[in-house]
Design a protein around this ligand. Structure first.
Ligand SMILES: Cc1cc2nc3c(=O)[nH]c(=O)nc-3n(C[C@H](O)[C@H](O)[C@H](O)COP(=O)(O)OP(=O)(O)OC[C@H]3O[C@@H](n4cnc5c(N)ncnc54)[C@H](O)[C@@H]3O)c2cc1C
Length: 500
């Protein structure tokens, strides 16, 4: 590493495993999924599908009709600039931002009501980004790793300067203190609000920041199955390589055209059509799916194997979706990511007994909006379907926990500013999913990485993060946190400073 920052990375997990903290009680929701978070270096990205997608300009800048409370304290260009570096990092250089922002009105001859809907591609690089290997390469080059240690609280002095982080060993409970010149929280959409709520925030405490308030996610799930009037080859829509020469896969979702967002009260949902083998409901399969994803960390139990047999048809659909084996089909399943806007009832709060109460549910306006969106889709494509079966109650968490430390224009509407610094402090930052006050229709991983780069830039000074675009000539990575001023910084897992 060049001269620059010394970084201590604090991560409570010692290896990839599902994260199901015992100090959280989820209540009042019918949407909770079995497993939505991971721990170990890389956090949830140890389990993710690696799909890369950008938010739209309207998600960041708001729109004239629906913008209240949703505008970020930055222009889209400020994000886009970092999207470029994040895209290069997370695809190993395979993709560039122009490909991600391409939204054709039809996909190889399949025009889905182009005046009402548009296609938005989700990209899967051939070599999924691995935060763990990036971190491994950085150890000994300015990075110190303390895995198996849990950050308990940050201490901010009377002058608003964060001085240190109190950590506790996950096994023994022994405490230690890490001193730092700058502290970056990256404990995730639920973890960072919890950490801030437990911290001594000094003068920032008087600002009554909305920490943990207005949680959002992408309620996700299969919402309908349909029989096509005739067999169709849907190959171009999902998970296949665009051409033999390219290594990445691309999958298209249908979202409302920006001019038609009013049809869903400004909420920008996305629908993926996936080949299916029957009209059978995926109910019961959802929990199994979560177990299968978490398998890496937990292993499968005998009961899971029994359920695997019972849901063999769904598994075949899932495998088919992943590997694109059968594309010419008579049935399709509709998989949705729904957008939530400012749900005031959703929050994470101390329960008064040393733990936390998490309320997360889909509000009536969100549910009505999703229903209208799906109605639009099925009506607009009545010529394609001869039978549609809708499923209620199958939405779960999209694992995109956001909003709890949202960016704002002032402490009245946000926890962090546009540079991701906690209001009322000089050197305490949050760089993870919790800072997103809107998350559009899209998977948030790439956006989180772009914002982390923005945070690094804010700390290190303009221009330094552009270094990460160039591959390092030597095995020693060029670490983005490289400026003249030595700073000991601390993060809590997540997707920290990427190296390559
Ligand atoms: C199955 C699955 C599939 C997904 N697929 C995609 C996809 O295809 N594309 C996409 O963009 N997104 C996807 N996601 C979502 C994506 O993984 C998350 O949005 C992203 O990883 C969130 O990053 P984060 O930094 O906010 O938090 P996390 O990745 O959750 O990281 C938080 C880390 O902080 C650690 N931590 C928490 N509290 C403490 C503490 N007090 N002290 C120390 N450490 C702590 C945790 O152990 C964890 O490692 C998927 C998620 C899942 C679960």
């Amino acid at each position: 590493m060049r001269r620059g920052f010394a970084v201590t990375l604090i991560e409570e997990g010692t290896s990839p495993a599902p994260l199901q903290p015992s100090d959280e009680r989820w209540e009042g929701n019918d949407l909770q999924a079995v497993f939505t978070r991971g721990r170990g270096i890389g956090g949830s990205a140890n389990f993710w599908h690696g799909g890369l997608i950008t938010l739209d300009r309207s998600d960041v800048e708001g729109s004239a009709s629906f913008g209240t409370g949703t505008k970020w304290p930055m222009a889209y260009a400020d994000l886009s600039r970092h999207y470029e570096a994040a895209t290069a990092l997370m695809s190993g250089g395979e993709l560039d931002l122009r490909q991600l922002e391409d939204t054709p009105s039809s996909v190889e001859g399949l025009a889905l009501a182009p005046d009402l809907f548009r296609f938005k591609p989700l990209f899967f690089p051939a070599t999924p980004y691995s935060p763990a290997s990036a971190i491994e390469r950085a150890i000994g080059h300015g990075l110190t790793l303390r895995s198996g240690w849990r950050a308990r609280r940050v201490r901010v002095g009377a002058n608003g300067v964060a001085t240190d982080v109190v950590i506790a060993h996950a096994g023994t409970g022994a405490e230690d203190v890490v001193q730092a010149d700058a502290v970056i929280l990256a404990a995730g959409g639920i973890g960072s609000p919890k950490l801030l709520l437990q911290s001594d925030l000094g003068p920032a405490a008087d600002l009554r920041l909305p920490i943990g308030q207005r949680l959002i996610d992408h309620p996700t799930g299969f919402v309908f199955k349909a029989r096509l009037r005739r067999r169709m080859d849907l190959r171009a829509l999902f998970g296949v390589r665009p051409s033999p020469g390219l290594r990445y896969r691309r999958r298209y979702g249908a979202t409302l055209a920006p001019s038609r967002l009013a049809e869903a009260d400004g909420r920008n949902h996305v629908l993926y059509l996936r080949p299916a083998f029957s009209l059978r409901s995926p109910a019961g399969y959802a929990a199994l799916k979560q177990r299968l994803v978490a398998y890496k960390g937990t292993g499968l139990k005998a009961a899971d194997l029994v359920r695997l047999v019972a849901h063999a048809d769904m598994l075949a659909e899932a495998a088919n979706f992943k590997f694109g084996l059968v594309t010419n089909v008579r049935y399709v399943a509709g998989f949705v990511f729904a957008e939530q806007l400012d749900p005031e009832a959703n929050a994470i709060e101390p329960d008064g007994r040393g733990g936390f109460r998490v309320r997360w549910s889909i509000s009536k306006p969100d549910a009505d909006s999703l229903r209208r969106f799906l109605g639009c889709f099925t009506e607009a494509h009545a010529q394609l379907f001869d039978r549609v079966v809708t499923f209620d109650g199958l939405l779960g968490s999209g694992a995109h926990h956001s909003g709890g430390c949202r960016m704002g224009h002032s402490h009245a509407d946000g926890v962090v500013d546009g540079g991701l610094r906690v209001f009322g402090t000089t050197n305490l930052y949050v760089a993870d999913g919790s800072v997103l006050g809107t998350s559009g229709y899209a998977n948030t991983g790439l956006t989180i990485a772009a914002l982390a780069l923005r945070c690094v830039e804010a700390i290190a000074g303009a221009g330094s993060v552009s270094d990460v675009r160039a591959p390092s000539p030597a095995p020693v990575p060029s670490f983005p946190l490289a400026t003249a001023r030595p700073v000991a910084s601390m993060t809590a897992g997540g997707q920290p400073e990427q190296t390559r």
